[in-house]
Design a protein around this ligand. Sequence first.
Ligand code: NAD
Ligand code: DAU
Length: 356
Amino acid sequence: MNSRRYNTILITGGAGFIGNHLTRHLVIKYPDSKIVNLDKLTYAGNLENLLDVEDRSNYHFERVCITDEVETQRVFQQHRPDLVIHLAAESHVDRSIVSPLEFVHTNTVGTANLLNQAKKLWQEDGFQDELFYHVSTDEVYGSLGPSGYLYEATKYDPRSPYSASNAAADHLVMAYYHTFQMPVIISNCSNNYGPYQFPEKLIPLIINNIRHQRPLPVYGDGSNVRDWLYVTDHVEAIDLAVHGGVIGETYNIGGHNEHKNLTIVETLCDQIDVKLNNPVGTSRKLITFVKDRLGHDQRYAIDAAKINSELGWSPSINLREGLSLTIDWYFENATWLQNITSGAYKEYYRKMYKVE
Ligand code: NAD
Ligand code: DAU
């Protein structure tokens, strides 16, 4: 397998959920590479997620919006990355139903701007040894029926403003490959879970609500299926793909780990009951069926055979183990959760950088 090496890696969205795991992994594993985390710090960005690596000499933070042409150009010129791993995005489907334009602006226009900045920097040397890597979603393929899988060749059929804005970003990435021969790779991943996930997403929301004995909202009848992947398995896949993936290709990443939402919620209830020595069934009483999400995709299921056969990747953490690690982390990091739900986590940034 061809293994590329990079001097400077620009990660966008490194203060978010997947981004902080990826940043930590790269900062520690590649001490001789400079890792620049470019993040606007929206409601979803939290520098507390990176406290354990922020003092490392190869880590740098830039508070910049990916749609800001002047500031992104400065960052590209100043740091001169040879690898961009792009994760900065509005990521929550429910929010995209309320504010679609924000999603188009960040996810589509922001990606176009980053592609343009990378092209300006890299075309000087004829795109030698550089890579623009887009961390995208399986939701671009749309919803599956009761059987079948999502393959790299599956036709794009995004059905929410979120997935449409990410699909547009994917198309722009491929347009830069075909039009300018800019080196790009895309990966489309299924639902991630694990530590540091913002508690608007299903798994941390349910854990937090059980902790506070609040109702556990299940959309519709809870029969929608998601394919769950522990976040560090996703990070390993990205590491392999940026170093050995084929330029111009896309890779599907998923856990082969399909479950109905109701099963996930019930499993969390039961595992937490056992952890707290409560009779199993106690937390399930909190389950509350609520109005369904508009246009709620029924089922996603990734076929990850390509990344498995080409790059040797497969998930290492099964669901029971992953949920147990996640539950333990949220119980042990109650202050992190409390800081998020109270909004106090933004104080950290204000104190550090003395700005709003
Ligand atoms: P997240 O919402 O946790 O984090 C997003 C990060 O991007 C935050 O730190 C935020 O501050 C930053 N950001 C948002 N807008 C920005 C802007 N205009 N300029 C600079 N920074 C900005 O998201 P996540 O769950 O870590 O997802 C990261 C990427 O991976 C997204 O593109 C998402 O679509 C994709 N993805 C997520 C999952 C998942 O299950 N979470 C699965 C597959 C793909
Ligand atoms: O498939 C990958 C995608 O997974 C990523 O691209 C997105 O960024 C990420 O947010 C996630 O999207 P989902 O919409 O699948 O994740 P969410 O956690 O919002 O919801 C998971 C499922 O649970 C979904 O079917 C909706 C349902 N749900 C969600 C919430 C927040 C509930 O039943 N109740 C809830 O309160």
